[in-house]
Design a protein around this ligand. Structure first.
Ligand SMILES: [Mg+2]
Length: 373
């Protein structure tokens, strides 16, 4: 194991970890059968048309890699131990490892059984200390090893975890990102596969640094506005994608239908206050703020309207939410109509450090809030 650049800048915009267990399936097999330790192990389909699911590092030295036809793997590494996958056992260990992550943060995004992003921005500890602790816990509690990357966004954290595998810890500080990326081949950019890499090369871009050296307008002209911008952002080490726990809300709202229609906003306001408190509690739980607050009203004739406001500063606290709600209420004069239903919601949800606009800045998150029926 080596630790590079352990010094951490005082202010990280976000603190993101990517943790990836090393050769997970073969490592579990060696864990359960110590006779296999140090041997080339290949896990996958063993029939004629089988494919390699995962190979130990010893087998990788012979050129075996995942997704390779098993017949080819047998030719390359005839002395390997060939095993069928035992998914239930892998899931069991995966659960133990994820329990370790969950003790640190609920902002956890699994990519597979053996890979996850963790957002530890809110944590007072340094992200490097957290990564060290997590790696030690994985080893102690499961006997497996994992490699971790520490940086300020998902793109860099994932790149980092791959640098020193197996059993490594690599830190890319925000201020080092550009220098770090400069000499890497363009394939290392998120979203650039072989076909896109070919396209980049055909325009003379071999290394990430060559993209970063060009003005944004050039890349937008050559590759189109959307992809050009994306390439430019990633080439500068910027990535606004959030760590998205499965099930994290895109919007939060509450509403109520009255048994008997209400004659005035005054009669409805206590409900609005309760919705605001509810919104605060649920935003708090996910460490989110709402950029947009929406009021929904249905009148006795079933006409339904929504009014939204996006204040300059995102809201989370109940009094901030109510201030916006009051403005929205003022925009809906009743003119004698009675209120059958009232609702309040927050959307465009973001968390601290995400205020900056950029890729995936949450545009679609408004969808689904109070869909009109
Ligand atoms: Mg892995």
């Amino acid at each position: 194991m080596s630790i590079r650049a352990t010094l951490i800048g005082a202010d990280w915009p976000r603190k993101i970890l990517h943790v990836d267990l090393d050769a997970f399936y073969p490592s579990v097999e060696a864990l359960d059968n110590p006779d296999l330790i140090g041997q080339p192990i290949i896990v996958g389909g063993l029939g004629r048309r089988g494919v390699v699911a995962s190979a130990s590092y010893e087998a990788r030295e012979s050129g075996v890699h995942s997704a390779m036809p098993m017949e080819r793997a047998r030719r390359l590494c005839p002395d390997a131990v060939f095993l069928r996958p035992r998914f239930s056992r892998y899931r069991e260990l995966s659960k133990q490892v994820f329990a370790i992550y969950e003790a640190w943060t609920e902002r956890l995004e699994p990519l597979s059984m053996d890979e996850a992003y963790l957002d530890v921005t809110h944590h007072i500890s340094s992200p490097v200390d957290i990564a060290k602790s997590i790696r030690a816990s994985i080893r102690r509690k499961t006997g497996l090893t994992g490699s971790a990357g520490v940086s300020t966004n998902k793109f860099l954290a994932k790149l980092a975890s791959d640098i020193d595998k197996p059993d490594g810890l690599t830190i890319i500080r925000p201020e080092d990102a550009r220098a770090f990326l400069a000499a890497l081949p363009v394939e290392k950019l998120w979203g650039v596969g072989p076909a896109n890499a070919e396209r980049l090369r055909s325009h003379g871009f071999e290394q990430i640094g060559q993209l970063a050296a060009r003005p944004l307008e050039d890349l937008e002209r050559i590759f189109g506005e959307r992809w050009g911008k994306q390439l430019w952002e990633f080439a500068h080490g910027r990535d606004c994608r959030r760590v998205e726990p499965p099930g994290e809300p895109k919007s939060i709202s509450s509403e109520t239908t009255y048994e008997s229609d209400r004659p005035s906003w005054n009669a409805v306001w206590p409900n609005i206050e309760r919705f605001a408190a509810d919104l605060e509690r649920r935003l708090e739980r996910w460490s989110l703020s709402a950029r947009t607050v929406t009021l929904k009203v249905r009148f006795q004739d079933f006409t339904t309207i929504t009014r939204s406001h996006t204040p300059s500063v995102p809201v989370r606290q109940v009094d901030e939410i109510l201030k916006v709600a009051r403005r929205l209420v003022e925009r809906v004069p009743l003119d004698g109509r009675r209120i059958r239903l009232a609702g309040l919601g927050g959307s465009n949800l973001i968390r601290p450090g995400e205020q900056a606009t950029g890729l995936d800045d949450g545009g679609p998150r408004q969808l689904g809030l109070f869909e009109l029926r």
